[in-house]
Design a protein around this ligand. Structure first.
Ligand SMILES: Cc1cc2nc3c(=O)[nH]c(=O)nc-3n(C[C@H](O)[C@H](O)[C@H](O)COP(=O)(O)OP(=O)(O)OC[C@H]3O[C@@H](n4cnc5c(N)ncnc54)[C@H](O)[C@@H]3O)c2cc1C
Length: 339
């Protein structure tokens, strides 16, 4: 690849073999939208690629119905991720279904160790391991996600036309979520444990005050989720309109998310004040050969969606391709890989 004099890099029939002794052109961490998109582009650049990711499909697969991924007016997130995976499988990129425990960098290569003790070497690495949503840790919270409980107002607000919903949280995401939901739902409750908002931007608070169908329930916590096979209401620790119970069609938990940035920061990548991995417009981190894509990064600001993650995966793979193909040692590496 790269210069014409270089031997061709790995051929498709070689790629399907998982080989712990070989040095891959790129190791892609994660199994979500950013990772599969990166793998698709890497494979089409004829890089030898390997995916190492904990759980198939990432957040998209567990997010329920997706209505804002172009080309699919309505599709279950799991099915969408199956399509991502099927497209990558055409190129026989190996997928190791394990979490990564550590990544080390020395002599211009990355050594990745999984929780099961497997190790893989690569010239470049793309981290696409997403974020950990903060939870309320109430019974049924996880089980009813997609059945009344949501962690993403941007994604699910349009499904609540004429409904009664509540948003939990007191930051920008919660306030923006309540304002967005007010355009669809008949009644929105914004439940916050503090007595006043200190974190949202003033413009968001103005919009909140202007939304007449949003009732601000301050100094109040959600204690319990009610329902049978999905959410039908919540129990609060204070009364609202004379009752501690609210009947709801939807509950939006918008209390933040923590980027899984530990692997990147241990390698020396810089993070912003929200713990996101800082990348440039080509998804390069400050560590040579290390790229990051998707919800883990600062790249798309607050708009963290399947489409932005997929786009970043494609950009990261392109930058990794240029990194590998223009590196002075690229020919020798490929010769070793072929041997
Ligand atoms: C409930 C919900 C509904 C949503 N609905 C929509 C929607 O309708 N439309 C939309 O566009 N977006 C939606 N989103 C947002 C969208 O799902 C995310 O923006 C998108 O999944 C981000 O993709 P990603 O690849 O960056 O990360 P993720 O999808 O989070 O994938 C991260 C991957 O990394 C793996 N991983 C984690 N740690 C490690 C490790 N140490 N080693 C290896 N692998 C690891 C995980 O198992 C996972 O496979 C929703 C999100 C949620 C939570």
């Amino acid at each position: 690849m790269g210069e014409e004099t270089c031997p061709a890099t790995t051929q498709p029939e070689v790629r399907q073999l998982v080989d712990q002794t070989k040095r891959y052109d790129v190791l892609i961490a994660g199994q979500g939208a950013a990772a599969f998109s990166a793998a698709l582009y890497a494979a089409r650049y004829q890089m030898s690629a390997i995916i190492v990711g904990g759980i198939f499909g990432g957040e998209t697969a567990t997010g329920g119905i997706i209505e804002n991924y172009p080309g699919y007016p309505e599709i279950d997130g799991f099915d969408l991720m199956l399509k991502f995976r099927e497209q990558v499988d055409k190129y026989e990129v190996p997928v190791i279904e394990e979490n990564i425990n550590s990544i080390e960098r020395s002599d211009d290569e990355f050594t990745v160790t999984t929780e099961g003790g497997q190790t893989f070497k690569a010239t470049t690495a793309i981290l696409a391991i997403g974020r950990e949503r903060r939870r309320l840790w109430l019974d049924h919270e996880e089980e009813w996600t997609g059945r009344g409980v949501s962690f993403c107002s941007t994604c699910d607000a349009p499904m609540h036309r004429g409904n009664t919903v509540a948003v939990v949280g007191g930051g920008n995401a919660a306030v923006e979520g309540a304002v967005l939901l007010s355009k669809y739902a008949e009644q929105v409750y914004l439940v916050y444990r503090q007595d006043q908002f200190t974190r949202p931007e003033p413009i968001n608070l103005q919009l909140l005050d202007a939304a007449k169908n949003v009732e601000q329930v301050m100094g109040t916590r959600v204690m319990e989720l009610k329902g049978d096979d999905g959410l039908s209401g919540i129990v609060l620790d204070n009364e609202v309109r004379g009752s501690k119970e609210l009947e709801l069609d939807g509950l939006f938990i918008e209390i933040g998310a923590d980027p899984r940035s530990e692997l990147a920061s241990k390698l020396g990548a810089e993070l912003n004040d929200q713990g996101e991995v800082l990348v440039d417009k080509e998804m390069r981190t400050q560590v040579h050969g290390l790229f990051a894509a998707g919800d883990l990064t600062n790249a798309s600001g607050d708009l963290k969606q399947t489409i932005t993650a997929a786009a970043q995966g494609a950009i990261a793979a392109t930058a990794a391709y240029y990194e590998v193909s223009t590196h002075p040692n690229a020919c020798q590496w490929h010769a070793k890989v072929e041997a």
